[in-house]
Design a binder for this molecule. Sequence first.
Ligand SMILES: Nc1ncnc2c1ncn2[C@@H]1O[C@H](COP(=O)(O)OP(=O)(O)OP(=O)(O)O)[C@@H](O)[C@H]1O
Length: 257
Amino acid sequence: MTSLLRVENLSKAYLHKGRWWAPKRIRALNNVSFDLESGQTLAIMGETGSGKSSLAKIIAGAERPSSGTVYLRGEPLKAQDYRFRCRHIRMVFQDTDASLNPHLTIGRQLEEPLLFNTHLSSAQRRETVSEALLKVGLLPEHAVFHSHMMSTGQKQRACIARAIMLNPDVIVADEALAALDSSIRAQIINLLLDLQRDMKMSYVFVSHSPEIIRHVADKVMIMRHGEIVTYEDTASVFNKPADGYTESLLQQTYTLS
Ligand SMILES: Nc1ncnc2c1ncn2[C@@H]1O[C@H](COP(=O)(O)OP(=O)(O)OP(=O)(O)O)[C@@H](O)[C@H]1O
């Protein structure tokens, strides 16, 4: 059976240009391959610089791979096909202030994906924005707010609302919970789980927190130096860590509540 998302032999190298020395190639990803099924959550863990964000950005189309292919339902995704990818794969980031435009109302920002990707009338767009705000636990009235009028938790809810506007298949969350305090974090996790159940989305979850990963993930991928060290069911990874590196990552303490 065809997987929802297939990542095949993905590699990424960055060129670090120095002023006094020759450009240096940094290999961020090296032949990474995996499959993600519909409705499942994959968590990606690894030490700083292991390639997690590079992988997340390439899946979401925010970065181009040096080589390799991402497939959605068996169809290869082309780097230039931004509109198609936008409909199906959306990204949620840690920094809500950088993600939201301070000059536009929340409603306008949520409406944008509808403007560019649908033929809905202005009244239908307003209605869809109100529905999305309610789905993420905000009020239709928040449509006229600017981001500076909202708490960090509310801003992350607005970012999630924007991500779900086009009913995507996959949401890529890169440390999306890291900036939240623990009680808000628990609420947002529950929101994401509810949305996943209702909308049958798959998640790719980059996180440093073993506790969150244990709670949300079906599968865990452990990365090191741009390569996959482990890719297994969550229970197997936690019950029997394959190596000392995985074990040390799982022993880091973060709190869920
Ligand atoms: N835009 C970029 N330009 C140059 N080098 C980059 C760029 N993005 C990432 N890198 C390099 O690629 C490697 C992998 O970085 P990446 O951000 O993917 O790792 P990470 O596991 O997400 O790290 P962290 O947990 O610190 O976010 C690192 O050596 C990093 O310095």
